[in-house]
Write a protein that binds this ligand. Structure first.
Ligand code: 1HN
Length: 346
């Protein structure tokens, strides 16, 4: 059994005052709060952000605030468990819905937090990352890893919206978050998604080895969807039809801190995920789904986003009995694994 420890009130006030005047604090009154028994104190609350609620507010932001006054026109998906002003979805994840209107340009910069974009709607926008022009189509995943220049532009004629996922809360907490502004990037012709278009076949320069830490910056949805579909067809017994967005040179997660995945739920499928330490974010790319977490049930429509805390069970269900459902997932697994705190509890 866990013993009761002494409280701050048990100590003479003059003693506590003297400690504090010397920048000292007794540990024992706070020890149980710092290390709760068996399971951490988790602030992240299961939260659902329906796209039907976000979209009109985002379009209104497009009318209210010109891009020059926003630089990035984003509504942040803030978890109430952390307090909305903290603008975090979980301990390490930030989420935002970004709007770019035809003809707009979001200028080039680079920063220490890692980002990805998951394209939600619209055509004609592009993101230039490290000199590589990445077209944005629904369901595409585009990386902007730490330190790489990135800017967004739009040559089309309809609003384009994407979901930003960053490890900003973690990098900010580490007092390592900053940005640098830059000029327009020189666009280079090469594209990682073409060089690495076939699994297991990796470009092999004879005269020089590519030293790029992030060789592939755009993961087209058409390829990810086809990979899930062939996996499901090839392995009819496979319970979780899931792929990881990986660095094609190393097989490691495509970014250092957060992990990114796509999951297919077969028609009518229910899937109980194991209880794991990292928090997770779910974004429905295609289909109709339901998510259960800690006694709550969220009905997900296309383009809805949801988060679930770590150390809790998540259940997913495809609401359609005839069509598959496709989810984009972001989580804190690479971070937990690198720190040695990753756990699966089932
Ligand atoms: C950022 O650079 C972008 O480049 C989007 O589109 C969202 C949120 C916080 C900090 C930097 C972008 C961001 C961000």
């Amino acid at each position: 059994m866990t013993a009761e420890l002494g409280r701050i009130e048990d100590l003479p006030a003059d003693y506590v005052d003297e400690l504090r005047s010397r920048n000292l604090v007794p540990l024992w009154p706070s020890l149980r709060a710092l290390l709760p028994p068996a399971r951490p104190k988790v602030n992240t609350q299961a939260t659902h952000w329906p796209y039907a609620a976000i979209r009109p507010l985002l379009m209104r932001a497009g009318e209210l605030t010109p891009i020059e006054k926003a630089e990035r026109r984003v509504l942040v998906l803030a978890n109430p468990g952390h307090g909305l002003d903290k603008m975090q979805a979980s301990a390490a994840m930030y989420l935002g819905m970004q709007l770019l209107l035809p003809g707009e340009w979001a200028p080039s910069h680079r920063h220490t937090p890692n980002a990805v974009r998951m394209v939600v709607e619209g055509e004609g926008a592009w993101s230039t990352v490290d000199g590589e022009k990445c077209v944005m189509k629904r369901g595409d995943l585009i990386l902007t890893p730490t330190g790489l220049w990135h800017e967004h532009g739009h040559d089309g004629d309809e609003p384009v919206v994407w979901l930003d996922v960053l490890d900003l809360p973690l990098v900010y907490y580490m007092e390592a978050s900053y940005h640098v502004d830059g000029g327009r990037q020189q666009v280079r012709p090469a594209h990682g998604e073409r060089a690495y278009a076939r699994g297991g076949l990796v470009p092999t320069p004879v005269f020089e080895r590519s030293r790029k830490a992030y060789p592939m910056l755009r993961y087209p949805w058409a390829d990810a969807r086809a990979a899930l579909q062939s996996l499901a067809d090839d392995q009819p017994e496979l319970e979780a039809v899931q792929i990881t967005y990986a660095n094609p040179e190393t097989g490691a997660p495509c970014e250092n801190i957060l992990g990114f995945y796509a999951l297919m739920l077969r028609p009518g499928q229910s899937l109980q995920l194991p209880v794991r330490s990292p928090a997770m974010v779910f974004h429905l790319i295609e289909g109709a789904a339901e998510l259960q977490n800690e006694g709550q049930t969220f009905t997900l429509a296309e383009a809805d986003t949801c988060c679930a805390p770590g150390y809790s069970a998540v259940g997913l269900r495809n609401r359609s009995s005839s069509e598959p459902a496709f989810l984009f997932i972001a989580d804190e697994t690479p971070l937990h694994q690198k720190l040695g705190v990753f756990e699966i509890r089932n």
